[in-house]
Design a protein around this ligand. Structure first.
Ligand code: BES
Ligand code: MN
Ligand code: ZN
Length: 519
């Protein structure tokens, strides 16, 4: 911290942000027990499924209040219920100023993800119209389980409203955005489900905020301070190792990565004790590489700025731990984030160097840009010593995973078939998919070294798998799975609840997995 305070750019940014502050005040969607046609609001979003020909069912009272305007919109063909269709109707006396009909696609294809997108599109329309308070109705989404729909609507609204504004000193085009979303309708459990979705959305938004902060702000010590502050806010026990402590522990792989940087590494441990005393914990590990230049094996300049997102796994673990604590899930959960920079310098680790690890195996560093697996090697060896019931790591680990699966799913690779299936299910339930790749022993053979126990790269073939094979050398007998999120953690903002930049992926997946395991 002291050393970093000397640099001027850093000072400027810290001056704007504060060394460990959280994000802007968060928009928290809330449940309102109200009848759509009589709910006073600037904008009420209502779902219309594909092929709706008449203003029946939940559309009927709105149509009546609007003197038949819903029926006319349907009859005109302007609203066919396709997921791109959008119509605004005006003027209910004592009710919504605007009724926004949003097509949501075929009724038999509706799922929580459709609801997340529906609520997010409503937020986007409100943004366009300069509306800060809006409402979304769950009526018309009956094909989705009531509680799942209410949760997803809250998630979609919270995620869509989030925006990273901290480092803009005055944006005339930005009026501050949406500050409130009322969720109407739904079943008996809707109020609780909306609160659940709001909590999960806010947790994912914290991850996004940490992701968005540039490398000169979100240094390892800044990430540690943010994790500490979050932990204190929600009642997690938090411990942070500095480099001296890591040296004592024997975390030589993390220290090797950090050697090229003036910034000190940090090892962050957050504990939630929601289970029985002595019950084996679930452990979440996230790669917290605050900036990855590649080290001596320097990356090409084009797009290198995106390597500030190389702490996305760590950000998601910090976000997930926040939600796990706030929801007081009935499980013991430990979140671990090894954090460092990877820079070239006269003190940096070099290709050919052989390093020690916490797990005891020696590693020949062939490519210093394969640094994430070195951080995770020590973190997983540390986690394994906690005797977890299961552990899951998430990391922007390889470009190869983008070639394998594109941007639509993370890879899941591990040593325990049940755990892998649990993660696939949690991914599909949360709308943050992961898909399995194999971990046969032949892949490990690609890591054989002439001088050390193993080398840190296995060549181009199966690059996402050999990275996981490397990690598997450090997990012992623990049930473990790895999520490679390099293709899914950030991007251009494809979905209505995303913007260009950090997505917070896989915060929701991790929370859902812990919920599925908690008593
Ligand atoms: N952080 C990168 C992986 C990455 C690539 C994340 C693209 C997001 C987008 C990682 O540290 C890395 O550099 N991996 C190398 C490994 C290689 C040297 C074996 C890669 O994927 O090129
Ligand atoms: Mn790298
Ligand atoms: Zn990296």
């Amino acid at each position: 911290m002291e050393r970093s305070g000397e640099s001027r750019e850093l000072w400027v940014a810290v001056h704007l942000i504060g060394s460990a502050s959280q994000s802007d005040p968060q928009m928290q969607p809330r449940y309102v027990d109200s009848d759509a046609p009589s709910h006073a609001t600037a904008l009420l979003a209502v779902a219309v499924v594909k092929g709706t020909a008449e203003a029946e069912g939940s559309l009927a009272p709105l149509d009546a209040a609007l003197n038949g305007a819903v029926a006319r919109a349907l009859a005109s063909g302007d609203m066919k219920g396709r997921a791109k269709d959008e119509v605004v109707l005006y003027g209910i006396e004592g009710g919504p100023d605007r009724v926004l009909l949003l097509g949501v696609g075929a009724s038999d294809e509706l799922d929580p993800e459709s609801v997340r997108r529906f609520a997010a599109r409503a937020v986007r329309v409100a943004e366009r119209l300069g509306i800060t308070l809006l409402s979304v109705s769950l009526d018309g989404l009956g094909q989705v389980d009531d509680d799942d729909a209410a949760q997803a609507a809250a998630e979609g609204a919270a995620l869509a409203a989030w925006k990273f504004r901290e480092l803009k000193s005055g944006d005339e085009d930005d009026d501050g955005g949406v500050t409130g979303v009322d969720v109407l309708g739904g079943g008996e459990g809707a109020a609780d489900a909306v609160a659940l979705g709001a909590t999960i959305g806010a947790a994912e938004n914290l991850a996004r905020t940490l992701q968005s902060r540039p490398g000169n702000v979100a240094t390892p010590s800044h990430i540690a301070a943010a994790a500490q502050r979050m932990s204190e806010d929600v009642g997690l026990t938090v411990t942070v190792f500095d480099e001296a402590r890591m040296q004592e522990e024997g975390m030589h792989a993390i220290l090797a990565v950090s050697r090229g940087s003036e910034e000190e590494a940090r090892f962050i441990i957050m504990e939630h004790n929601g289970g029985a005393e002595g019950e084996a914990p679930l452990v979440l590990v996230g790669k917290g590489l605050s900036f990855d230049a590649g080290g001596i094996s320097l990356k090409p300049p084009a797009g290198m700025e995106d390597m500030k997102f190389d702490m996305s796994g760590g950000a998601a673990v910090i976000g997930a731990m926040k939600a796990i604590a706030e929801l007081d899930l009935k499980a013991n959960v430990v979140g671990i984030v090894p954090s460092s920079e990877n820079l070239p310098s006269g003190t940096a680790v070099k290709p050919g160097d052989v390093i020690d690890t916490l797990g005891g195996k020696t590693v020949e560093v062939i490519n210093t840009d394969a640094e994430g697996r070195l951080l995770l090697a020590d973190a997983l060896a540390y986690a394994a010593k906690l005797n977890p019931a299961a552990m899951v790591d998430c990391a922007t680990l390889t470009g190869a995973v983008v070639i394998a699966l594109g941007h639509h799913a993370a890879a899941v690779i591990g040593n325990d078939e049940d755990l892998i299936q649990q993660l696939i299910a949690a991914g599909s339930d949360s709308g943050q998919r992961c898909w399995p790749l194999p971990l046969w022993k032949e892949y490990s053979e690609q890591l054989e070294s002439d001088t050390a126990d193993l080398k840190n790269i296995g060549g181009r073939p199966g690059g996402a798998i050999t990275a996981a094979a490397f990690l598997s050398e450090f997990v012992g007998d623990t049930a473990w799975a790895h999520l490679d999120v390099a293709g899914t953690a950030y991007g251009d903002g494809e979905l209505p609840y995303q913007r260009k930049g950090g997505y917070g992926f896989p915060t929701r997946l991790l929370v859902q997995w812990v919920r599925s395991r908690a008593g």
